[in-house]
Design a protein around this ligand. Structure first.
Ligand code: PEP
Length: 259
């Protein structure tokens, strides 16, 4: 088994304004100076990226964007170019998050264009995939995730795949009322997450050979201080993408320290 550095990301979504993002970034920098075995990134809103970039620049925390355009520049009102993200110091970009796929209507084809565009300009995509509750209950879990992988990674070669992180985020486990309007939202059990991470790793090996084993796989979906250790002790889970709990510095730091 290849040992991989654990990678923990915080997705701040549209939850924090500029002032709150500055405050959280400052707290994280002062709490996380001594990290060696963990890679960390935070994904603030676009408007907070410049301020957060300055705050984290001499810290172990890296910058991620939550989305970007499939184009590099031009008359595309409201879009954000990968060139600008790079200029701001982003290392990563989250692509294909379930909120973008299922609430904002992004297709696998569009996400594939964004993956290519991110790589072209030196950004590392964090490609999110995951099945809904009804897809799981109708026995389509593997089929849905395999289709998202196949289509979102279309024409990505074995050199390019080394710069991609896959985040397995079952939609039903994401603490999002937009995605899960009713009922209790529960994290995947370590067994459910392990089964899918093993499946994704096998899929990557069948598509890319042994390099497939070196692609970091993050789990996302209601990761909290209470469940992080159990999930992150599984060998095919190489990190976590954290939404809600990343907005609270104590919880996020505790998740990181649980490794
Ligand atoms: C997410 O949206 O990527 C996520 C995992 O959110 P949460 O941790 O709040 O479930």
């Amino acid at each position: 088994m290849i040992s991989m550095q654990t990678i923990i990301g915080g997705n701040w979504k549209m939850q924090l304004g500029i002032k709150e993002s500055i405050q959280l970034a400052k707290t994280l920098v002062s709490s996380l100076q001594d990290l060696e075995r963990v890679k960390i990134y935070v994904a603030p809103s676009f408007v907070a990226l410049p301020e957060v970039a300055t705050i984290i620049q001499n810290s172990p925390i890296k910058l991620a964007a939550q989305n970007m355009s499939e184009y590099e520049s031009g008359a595309y009102t409201g879009e954000i170019s990968p060139l600008w993200l790079k200029e701001l110091g982003c290392e990563y970009v989250i692509l294909g998050h379930s909120e973008r796929r299922r609430i904002l209507g992004e297709s696998n084809e569009l996400i594939n264009k964004k993956v290519h565009n991110a790589l072209k300009y030196g950004l590392k995509p964090i490609l999110c995939i995951g099945e809904s509750a009804s897809e799981r209950s109708s026995g389509k879990v593997k089929e849905v995730n395999a289709r998202q992988l196949e289509k979102s990674l279309k024409d990505i070669d074995s050199d390019q795949i080394k710069n991609i992180i896959i985040a397995y985020e079952p939609v039903w486990a994401i603490n999002s009322r937009g995605l899960n309007p009713t009922g209790e939202i529960v994290p995947a059990t370590p067994k459910q997450a392990e089964e899918m991470h093993n499946f994704i790793q096998q899929w990557l090996v069948s598509a890319y050979g042994n390099i497939g084993k070196e692609i970091p796989l993050q789990y996302g979906g209601s990761v909290k201080p209470e469940n992080a250790k159990d999930l992150l002790s599984i060998s095919s889970i190489h990190g976590a993408l954290v939404g809600g709990a990343s907005l609270n510095s104590t919880d996020f730091v505790q998740i990181i320290r649980s490794i």
